[in-house]
Design a protein around this ligand. Structure first.
Ligand code: FAD
Length: 325
């Protein structure tokens, strides 16, 4: 989901601004990636429905909607029938929803493949499955990296973007990275059906549903502090299925395609760090948390500008290591 508006939290206006900035860059970035690689990114613009399943949720959404209005965000309040006109598959128990037309979605796996493909087309050399063991730092700044197979590769600029695994890199002095931890998310994918069960992204209090154009319906996601344990749990899958079924009862008969876990890289302040580090030549793109796909464009263009010109773009100023200290 590329959803800065429907995911906005109180007191996180700098994340909202970064998300909106990045979302604004997406249409051109998607065009460029699709024309460079011919990979379809399934960039969809139907918008997001946020629904309440009981009175408490409705109160909470009303409160959130007042906040949306204060921030001038284009979110529409819908009573149950108006929401069901938009999404006939919604449960009859839903009486209150918010519609955020500007929140979009993209296929994240296709996006990563297209980014790698476009980078190669532009002359980058990519070495998949060749992990970096350590970063070598000298008195004058970075010198290069040592790979897990023992090779030393010399570089003037090194960008750390190893997600929740970033702190495992050896060779960095203490304090070079913020504290980053993995937050596990479990997801399940079912068949969307024909006609499709839903057309919009729908978020409820305990689950969200994301329809994809290739006939998949993604349902997610848990937020769990379990370190790097990649295993699925019955309870995690049960919780998100129940949360999704409360919103769209038709998923009960949907055939299961796949289930998996992933790890969100979170900092203590719940903010990414995107910019220079305290070491010459070393840059950071870490801690993207729940919105790393959304933040892709601002992160990539912003860091390219920084490394090329030495100037940090204004929109990245709130996301510096010093801001987290
Ligand atoms: C269930 C779930 C749902 C999510 N939904 C959304 C969403 O709807 N919208 C959104 O915007 N975000 C979403 N996110 C968050 C998003 O996936 C992350 O923020 C994003 O993937 C972070 O990107 P990253 O490149 O920093 O890290 P990662 O995606 O974790 O990538 C890090 C990469 O570094 C590699 N690596 C690790 N160690 C080394 C090493 N030593 N050497 C070389 N390579 C290394 C890893 O193999 C990996 O490929 C979701 C996350 C989860 C888990």
């Amino acid at each position: 989901m590329l959803a800065p508006t429907s995911e906005v939290s109180f007191e996180e206006e700098d994340l909202l601004a970064l998300g909106q900035h990045s979302l604004g860059l997406f249409p051109d970035m998607v065009d460029e990636l699709e024309s460079s690689t011919s990979i379809d990114l399934d960039f969809r613009r139907e918008g997001t429905l946020v629904v309440a399943v009981d009175r408490d949720d409705a109160e909470a959404l009303e409160h959130l909607h007042n906040y949306h209005r204060r921030l001038g965000l284009p979110v529409e309040r819908l009573v149950g029938d108006a929401a069901r006109q938009l999404e006939p598959g919604l449960s009859p128990n839903i009486h209150y929803a918010l519609f955020s037309p500007q929140d979009l979605q993209v296929d994240p796996v296709a996006l990563v493949k297209a980014l790698a493909g476009a980078a190669e087309n532009a002359g980058a050399a990519i070495h998949p499955n060749r992990p970096v063991e350590a970063v070598r730092v000298g008195d004058a700044g970075v010198e290069g990296v040592v790979t897990a197979d023992g090779d030393f590769c010399e570089f003037d600029h090194i960008l750390i973007a190893a997600g929740p695994w970033s702190p495992k890199l050896k060779g960095l002095p203490r304090g070079a990275l913020p504290h980053i931890r993995p937050v596990r998310g479990q997801m399940i994918c079912v068949e969307l059906g024909e006609p499709p069960l839903i057309e919009h992204v729908i978020r409820g209090p305990d689950a969200y549903l994301v329809p994809k154009s290739d006939g998949r319906l993604l349902i997610g996601a848990t937020m769990e502090e379990r370190g790097f344990d990649p295993r699925l749990t019955a309870g995690g899958i049960f919780d998100i299925l129940e949360g999704a079924w409360e919103i769209v009862p038709g998923i009960y008969d949907a055939h299961v395609i796949d289930m998996w876990t992933g790890f969100r890289p979170l900092t203590l302040a719940n903010k990414p760090v995107i910019g220079p580090s305290t070491i010459d030549g070393l840059y950071l793109a870490v801690g993207h948390g729940r919105n790393g796909i959304l933040f892709t464009a601002s992160t990539a263009y912003g860091l390219a500008e920084l490394i090329d010109t030495g100037e940090l773009p204004d929109y990245l100023h709130p996301f510096q290591l010093r801001e987290l200290r």
